[in-house]
Design a protein around this ligand. Structure first.
Ligand code: 3HC
Length: 289
């Protein structure tokens, strides 16, 4: 498996491209346009430059990794990839359209994987050319830093597909976690209720933003408080995952906190929009409640 394809050059896709290139793979990186794919590659270049400054990697290794990433114009280029990872927007219609397009190029033995954080793999498989060669490969943000990769097989995923993707994940130096195709898989199933509860607590006036984050982060030894983490993930993404879990299980314990719904309706989506539970306009994030 020398060449892999990554569809989506945003935070997740660019991170996946970076770790794959650093592990020695040639990476074809695509997005809605060549321009957007190029921007994803520029972001990788900046992160690798910082790693050189910190003397974590040699300049020659940075150059070699960047040379292995090729921003491409269209999904037709994915014909050369043995594994294609879709890391586009977390909307089912978008993913289905991508699968239809990439199906025209995908090689007869090539594997298609999705980095979805919550959409059922078995259902998505129906939109792919061969459900036996399709599965979930869930990376965590920031990809270069976070250790695990969750592997999720759909009902029709073959053992050979799981074995090849597992070997790829291990070759990136990541720890593989297997999860069944249940709403939220493992990590988000456990994480999202915690973030949601922090937002309920904020909405009910149990404590303010700073105290919830400081208490949980220091009290549980988590690197970020739950409200900081929700802002980091994106409040729209948090809401979407909670809704998938609520609908998928029928269990009201996953109902989204009203304050989370309000923030998303207000367009306060966290770091990416400059405001969520914190205001990111200044040098340091400022709590908003
Ligand atoms: N990309 C690449 N590297 C990054 C990065 C990024 N966006 N942000 C930080 N880093 C690296 C830094 O370069 C630094 O590397 P070094 O130690 O080798 O020099 C290291 O991470 C630590 O960074 P900082 O010192 O700047 O900052 P922190 O110590 O505060 O760490 C953090 C930042 C790694 C983001 C840490 O706060 C953390 O681990 N937070 C929790 C993240 C988390 O829980 N992620 C999972 C989200 S859930 C998910 O992704 C699933 C999805 O489906 C919702």
């Amino acid at each position: 498996m020398d060449t892999i394809g990554v569809i989506g050059a945003g935070q997740m896709g660019a991170g996946i491209a970076q770790v794959a290139a650093q592990a020695g793979y040639r990476v074809l990186l695509s997005d809605v346009s060549r321009d957007v794919a190029d921007k994803g590659k520029t972001g990788v270049a900046k992160r690798l430059a910082r790693a050189v400054e910190k003397e974590q990697i040699a300049a020659a290794d940075r150059d070699a990794a960047l040379d292995r990433i090729e921003a491409v114009d269209s999904l037709a280029a994915m014909a050369e990839a043995a594994l294609v990872i879709e890391a586009a927007t977390e909307r089912e219609a978008v993913k289905r359209a991508i699968f239809a397009e990439v199906a025209k190029a995908l090689g007869p033995d090539a594997i298609l994987a999705t980095n979805t954080s919550s959409i059922p793999i078995t259902r998505l498989a129906q939109a792919t050319p061969d459900p036996a060669r399709f599965m979930g490969v869930h990376f965590f943000n920031p990809v270069p830093v976070m250790k695990p990769i969750e592997l999720i097989r759909g009902l029709a995923t073959s053992d050979a597909t799981v074995a090849r993707v597992e070997a790829f994940a291990r070759s990136l130096g990541k720890t593989v976690v297997h999860a069944n195709d249940a709403p939220g898989f493992v990590v988000n199933r456990v994480l999202l209720p915690m973030l949601n509860e922090a937002i309920f607590a904020l909405g009910e006036g149990v404590a303010n933003v700073r105290d919830i984050d400081a208490g949980v982060s220091l009290g549980l030894n988590h690197p970020m408080g739950p409200l900081t983490l929700a802002d980091f993930i994106g409040l729209d993404t948090c809401l979407e995952i909670l809704r998938v879990m609520q609908e998928g299980t029928g269990d009201p314990k996953f109902r989204p906190a009203p304050l989370l719904v309000k923030y998303v309706e207000a367009g306060w989506l966290g770091r990416k929009t400059g405001r969520g539970f914190y205001d990111y306009a200044g040098a340091e994030p400022v709590p908003t409640r």
